[in-house]
Write a protein that binds this ligand. Sequence first.
Ligand code: NCD
Length: 331
Amino acid sequence: MGEIKVMREDLRPPAPPPKRHFISIKDVTRDDLERLLATARTFARSMEREVKKLPTLKGRLVINVFYESSTRTSSSFELAAKRLSADTMSIKSTGSSVDKGESLKDTAITLGAYDPDVIVIRHPQIGAPNLVARVTDAHIVNAGDGKHQHPTQALLDLYTIKEEFGRVDGLHVAIVGDVLHSRVARSLVQALALMGAHVTLVGPPALLPRGIEAMGCETTTAIAALGAADVVYLLRMQRERMEEGANFVPSLREYAARWGVTAERLRPGQKVMHPGPMNRGVEIDPRVADHADALIETQVRAGLVTRMAVLYDLLVGAPAPVPVGDPVEVA
Ligand code: NCD
């Protein structure tokens, strides 16, 4: 025992490197995004085979914790983990101890006791993934925290655009709708700016957050601005994030009339994207949603391979640690 006491500081085994996470696009570089896109591409090729399961993450545990509704994000993370042979568990707030008033911190500590390799979390509060990162030893993936960030959505959107156009650099993307309450918009603007695309945000004045241009985009209330874009990206009206009684638009009817994307407002060949779920007849005309130029189903497919890439990258793949920064609310 005495020997251990006198052991010099520099003879102790080095501390393990900090855990890497995927919480915000702000924490990553263009090289990180390029590497993830390339990894996703190789997974897309293996998904063309008849037997799609890969042994890569055998014996690893991925826990999905969803405190907000989800169809695409939760199903794709679960399938991504399964396709890589990881064990998976899915916790939803309804039906769990969250119903009994358990705090996020206590839930995270409880789940941390199973030694998960990755916790994927969606939560209405900004910064929830950072809290889970502080109280568990798992790699954390942010599947959406309030209106702050949704980095894997941005990654799957970049992937979809890159597969369609062969590049992202130099493209013009118009993002239309409820930017104010959208984590998708915040992550995507940052990701597109990192990749060298030109971004214009279009929407009613009350839904364009002041100062968002600092993220690397321009803003306009003129729907005619869509004409200049290679990609028109639609956002859902986030009614669940609007304060009771606040009037951001006069009515959904008026919103649809002034900013809804119809075939008449598009040029032939412009590509249309939407993260889902769509409100047909509000932000998107059903004819636009069902047209061959809509990449909405392609985005869902991209969601699987890009989330496989994120899990792989965190657990097997990659180099430098990504620190857990404090979330900064932009607007
Ligand atoms: C988005 C989300 O949850 O932020 N959806 C998704 O992840 N596919 C967008 C939305 O809910 O409108």
